[in-house]
Design a protein around this ligand. Sequence first.
Ligand code: NAD
Ligand code: UFG
Length: 338
Amino acid sequence: MSILVTGGAGYIGSHTCIELMNAGYDIVVVDNFYNSKKESLKRIAELSGKQFAFYECDIRDKKGMDHIFKSEKIDAVIHFAGLKAVGESCQKPIEYYDNNVNGTLALCEVMKDNGCKKIVFSSSATVYGMNNVSPLKETMPTGGTTNPYGTTKFMIEIILADLFKSDNDWSVSLLRYFNPIGAHKSGRIGEDPNGVPNNLMPYITQVAIGKRPFLSVYGNDYDTHDGTGVRDYIHVVDLALGHVKALNRVLSKSGLDVYNLGTGTGYSVLDVVKAFEKASGVTVEYKIVERRPGDIATCYSDPSKAYEELGWKAERGIEEMCEDSWRWQSTNPAGYPD
Ligand code: NAD
Ligand code: UFG
C-alpha cells in the first residue's frame, strides 16, 4: 500500500511519515521545501530504518504531480502541504489562497485523473471561528474565520465536501488539529520554524536555550483560571498516529468524515510555562503584554468522535510534550542544518 504524503518534510508530516512506515505502509513524499529542509527526510529514513521515494515538486505543478502519480502506484494521499502562519497570511493573502486553495484543487484534479480518490486532509480547529464555545464538537457550525489562513482551511473543507457530494466514490477525512507540540522521542526531528516563532512552544524553547530574552504572554485578563489563553495542546506523535487511523478508515470505505484531533484538555499559557520549566529544569522568563489580535480565551476539543469511530485517543500528557520539545530544541539549537 503506497501513500503519497504532501508536505512530508514538514513538522507534522515528518512525524507522520515515521508512524506510517512503522504501521507497514510504503510512502512517497512530495515537498517543495518552502518551509522545511532536506535533512528532515534523511532523519525520517534514519529513524524508520527504511528508504522511501521522494519528489521535490510544488503541488500546484500539475504536470510534475501527474508524473509522480504515473511513476508510483498511489493508493491514497495525506495532504499536509500548505502555508500555516496566521499573521503572515494577513500580509500575504494571495500567496495563502494560491498555495493552500489552488494547491489543493490542483492535487485533487491530478488525483481524479489518476483514479485516486482517497484523501486525508490537515484542517484546523481554526475553522470553528470565534463564536463556538469549547469543548468544540464536529457538529458545531464552521466559518467566521478571522484571517486568510483560517479561511483557506474553511474553503478547502467545503471543496472536499463538494467533491464527495459530486462523486460518492471519494473517501475524505478532514482532521481538525488543535495545538500540536512536542517532538519525536529521539530528539532527531521536531518543529523548526523560520525566523521568530509565532507559536507558543517554539517560542518557549527558544527562550530556554537563550536565543530570545523572554516570552511575551499575550494578555492575562481573559476569562480563564489564571487569565491567560487556554488551548488544547496535543503531542505531535499522537497526532501522527491519528493520521494512521484516519488513513485506515479512508482505505476501507468511501465517505466524508470530520474528526477533531485533540486531547480534550485545556492548558493556559502559564500552565505550559510551568510544565516546561519542570520538564526542562530551565527557568523561562516572561512578561505579560497586550492581547494578540484575533486570539480567543479558550479553545479545546471534544475528541470523543475520533475515539468512537477511529479507535484513536491522545495518550501523551503535557509533561511528555514539554520534555520532548526540549530534547529536540536542546540537541538541535539551530534547528536542522541546511
Ligand atoms: P510545515 O510548514 O512544517 O509543513 C508543511 C510542509 O509543506 C513544508 O515542508 C513545506 O515546505 C511544504 N509545502 C508548502 N507548500 C507547498 C507546496 N505548494 N508544494 C509542496 N510542498 C509544500 O507545517 P506543519 O506544522 O507540519 O503543518 C502541516 C499542515 O497542518 C499544514 O497544512 C497546516 O496548515 C496544518 N496545521 C498545522 C497546525 C500547527 O499548529 N502546526 C495546526 C493546524 C493545522
Ligand atoms: N501565546 C503567547 N505568546 C506567544 C505565542 C503564543 O502568549 O509568543 C499564546 C497565545 O496568545 C495563545 C496560546 O499562546 O493563547 C497559543 O498560541 P499559538 O500561537 O501557539 O496557537 P494558536 O492557538 O493561536 O493557533 C494554533 C495555530 C493555528 C491553528 C490553531 C488551532 O497557530 O494555525 O492553533 O489549531 F489554527
